[in-house]
Design a protein around this ligand. Structure first.
Ligand code: HEC
Length: 253
């Protein structure tokens, strides 16, 4: 779609511009028309509309996810920058198709094609803005120790796998579609595990995260989220290349 200025304030679609209908105030467009007919006219027009680049489209997401997708201080809008493209793409598809529920996201991506969502996912996976500082520890020492234990070793007696078994030894995520667990605010982790427990968030079957979330008590979820949120961010946050999953996950690919 192309637009031209009509007068000083009105932006009209290109089909409205014909030499006959022009006014004095859009003389500049007229000069271009006389010189180069329609070609020059549309060149001028395209110079005044925003460029249709992925970066330009990504501006809509930055309103909530922060500059370059680095997250905001709100605690519920996660960082999307630098996450594996496959993971981001799966989430966009889940929001579009209703298996992950957040009305604003569903509204934004409701009519987008797979190709468009792939480009948005790729764009944010390539952004690497700085991380916010880890959150201060608020939980008791016992709770922090419980969180650490569950993340690093799981609970073999109940067959709860360690988080690092899938999210990577250093929790930086694994290509192509397992996200990092570092740099996530406590509230966000609590909300996601809660959403898996009550079915508001679903991943492709077998949904390993739904299964794991349902095995965890609220006390354990609080302990895990508190411990994760206080972890320092390593200099190299690149996701690991691969992992052997302890249990199958439909969305890990
Ligand atoms: C068997 C593999 C596996 C294990 C073990 C596992 N996860 Fe996950 N996790 C995944 C996959 C795959 C995803 C991506 C799900 C999706 O596509 O929505 C994920 C996503 C998540 C997310 C969403 C992150 C975000 O940015 O929204 C959180 C939070 C999470 N896992 C926490 C945990 C915690 C805490 C543990 C340990 C108690 C754990 N996971 C153990 C596979 C695993």
């Amino acid at each position: 779609m192309c637009y031209v200025w009509r007068g000083l304030t009105k932006l009209l679609p290109c089909q409205f511009k014909t030499p006959r209908s022009m006014t004095i105030s859009n003389k500049l467009v007229g000069v271009l028309f006389l010189a180069n007919a329609l070609v020059a006219g549309s060149a001028f027009a395209s110079s005044i509309k925003p460029p249709d680049t992925v970066a330009q489209r990504a501006v809509a997401y930055i309103a909530c996810h922060g500059k370059d997708g680095r997250a905001t201080s709100d605690g519920f809008f996660p960082r999307i920058a630098g996450k594996p493209a496959g993971y981001l793409y799966n989430q966009l598809i889940n929001f579009r198709d209703g298996t992950r529920s957040y009305p604003l996201m569903t509204y934004m991506v409701g009519h987008m094609s797979d190709q468009y969502l792939q480009e948005i996912a790729q764009y944010f996976s390539e952004q690497h803005p700085p991380y916010a500082a880890p959150q201060p520890a608020r939980a008791s020492a016992d709770s922090m120790a419980l969180g650490r234990r569950l993340v690093l070793t799981g609970d073999p007696a109940r067959k709860v796998p360690a988080c690092i078994a899938c999210h990577g030894e250093t929790l930086r995520g694994v290509l192509p579609a397992i996200p990092s667990l570092l740099g996530l605010p406590r509230d966000y982790v609590n909300a996601q595990i809660g959403a898996w427990k009550n079915g508001a968030r679903k991943a492709r079957a077998p949904d390993c995260m739904a299964h794991i979330s349902k095995q965890l008590s609220s006390e354990e979820v609080g302990a895990i989220s508190s411990w994760l949120a206080t972890q320092p961010i390593p200099r190299d946050m690149a996701p690991a290349a691969s992992v052997t999953l302890p249990t199958p996950c439909g969305s890990a690919q």
